[in-house]
Design a protein. Structure first.
Lengths: 284, 171
């Protein structure tokens, strides 16, 4: 199908984009890679009067080293994240999760910022962003502010971004030398996660010194499996310790039931996939 | 809005509505009907073209997003009446039945070979995961891509779109 008509605005700086957004008010929508938005427009599930395209703002694209963190511009494509050496060295969990997103064509166009703001509960990049304690840097007419990932995701497709703000960059504290794995469960190629687990672990001399685990599609927002992390830290990086820690993965979750899986099955998946993810992360 | 897009080596300037999808621009304005539309949900990949040398689903890109950029379609692959090696390999390996998915399969296969000049079977299947074939001819499609890889070595992908050292769509 064909989208309904809209006006199209192409700012060349962040300040200009924010001003256009403030002027346009409710009827405007940001377009990044368009890989979630254009399908929605084609099906006429949304009908914004104005689209503001962030695609021609060079400062929003690219990845830089910022001391104890790496900073990824909101408009950096999935493809560029997959191949970036800084991401590889300091946030390998994000790279591994990005490898599982959609298909090559979508990864060439889709952006990290778009995926984060879209906040689909089945989206694969939310759990890694949460697990890595990322900060989301957003900009509005009053300037920039930084929101911790744990406060950014609010509900299904809803974030702490205010209507007149755009996401500018994703700041990820360096997790250099941490093992990582993203274990995604879906039924067919290019399908969304039924459940997935993002795990990143630091081990020294066979002992787990730090661990972060987050779950995809176990709630309306990504959730941290704090009980799993607590059970792991200070213990051995052994199969037995991993299995008993993973048994806590579904604690406190009340996942949805749908045609793919009911709630109890999702909880079962969370435990099994956490065990797999940790095993791979420790081995890595 | 007025846009200029280089398609298969020729620059086109047109006034388009912002809501026009790139695939409709290619088919209905430029006349490149080799690129087809197979779904309404961005899933099938039959509309795959290259935008600045990388594969995209042209049904999920606005024509205005391609302003100032270069597009290669399946119609821009042959040289002096000679099929591109990937086209030739699809032909020789019977990698199509009805042929509807073929333009997208070929464009994505070329993209895959640009990153991985000698993919094993798994890598081919993974690289083509955004392309669906309703005739379920995947066996021969995989065979064709691997055959093409062997014929093209070295220098697959964008290199194979060059004529005498010049990028198609350049200049
Ligand atoms: C066939 C298909 C399969 C897919 N499979 C998966 C999958 O398995 N896993 C997965 O995680 N994703 C999947 N996706 C979605 C993909 O990851 C998208 O690229 C991503 O969700 C959106 O990124 P985008 O840049 O295309 O954003 P857009 O579609 O342009 O925007 C998405 C939303 O975010 C808003 N937005 C975007 N950027 C900003 C910004 N900087 N500031 C403020 N608002 C902004 C837009 O207004 C819009 O509401 C799939 C998509 C397709 C088409
Ligand atoms: S027509 Fe573009 S993905 Fe199906
Ligand atoms: S050959 Fe018919 S859809 Fe693939």
């Amino acid at each position: 199908m064909i989208p309904a008509a809209f006006d199209y605005l192409v700012p060349s700086t962040v300040d200009e984009a924010v001003r256009l957004l403030a002027d346009a008010g409710e009827e405007a929508k940001i377009i990044a890679g368009g890989q979630s938005l254009i399908p929605v427009l084609r099906l006429r599930l949304a009908d914004p009067g104005k689209l503001i395209d962030l695609g021609r703002i060079p400062e929003l694209r690219g990845i830089r080293d910022d001391g104890d963190a790496i900073v990824i511009g909101a408009m950096t494509t999935h493809y560029d994240v997959q191949r970036d050496p800084l991401v590889h060295d300091h946030a390998s969990l994000l790279r591994l999760a990005t490898d599982t997103v959609a298909d090559p064509q979508v990864r060439h166009q889709g952006t990290l910022g778009g995926a984060v703001v879209h906040a689909d509960p089945a989206g694969d990049l939310l759990a890694p962003v949460l697990a890595l304690d990322a900060e989301l840097v957003v900009c509005g007419m009053d300037g920039r502010r930084s929101v911790a990932a744990k406060d950014f995701f609010v509900d299904y497709f809803t974030t702490a971004l205010r209507p007149e703000e755009i996401l500018v960059e994703v700041r990820i504290p360096k997790h250099t030398g941490w093992g990582a794995h993203y274990e995604k469960f879906n039924r067919v190629a290019q399908a969304w996660s039924i459940v997935a687990v993002a795990a990143t672990v630091r081990a020294e001399n066979g002992v787990i010194t730090d661990a972060r685990v987050a779950l995809t599609n176990m709630s309306s927002i990504p959730v941290r499996a704090h009980a799993v992390e607590a059970a792991l830290i200070g213990g051995p990086a052994s199969p037995g310790a991993i299995t008993s820690a993973a048994a806590h993965a579904a604690e406190g979750t009340r996942p949805t039931s749908d045609t793919n899986a009911d709630s109890t099955y999702r909880q079962h998946l969370a435990r099994v996939l956490t065990s797999r993810a940790l095993t791979a992360a420790v081995g890595a | 809005m007025r846009i200029t897009v280089t398609v298969d080596g020729t620059a086109y300037t047109d006034d388009v509505e912002p809501r026009l999808l790139l695939v409709h621009y290619l088919r209905e304005v430029v006349g490149k009907t080799g690129t087809v539309v197979g779904c309404d949900t961005s899933n099938c990949g039959s509309c795959t073209v290259h935008l600045d040398g990388r594969s995209v689903k042209s049904c999920s890109v606005l024509a205005v997003q391609a302003d100032g950029r270069e597009v290669t379609t399946v119609e821009g692959l042959a040289r002096d009446g000679e099929l591109h090696p990937v086209q030739r390999a699809f032909h020789d390996n019977h990698a199509l039945q009805c042929g509807f998915c073929t333009p997208g399969m070929i464009m994505q296969a070329i993209d895959l070979l640009a990153d991985d000049p000698d993919p094993d079977e798994r890598a081919v299947r993974h690289g083509l995961e955004g392309n669906l074939c309703r005739c379920t001819g995947y066996q021969n499609i995989v065979r064709a891509v691997r055959d093409a890889a062997h014929r093209m070595r070295p220098g697959a992908g964008p290199e194979a779109e060059r004529v005498a050292g010049q990028m198609v769509g350049g200049e």
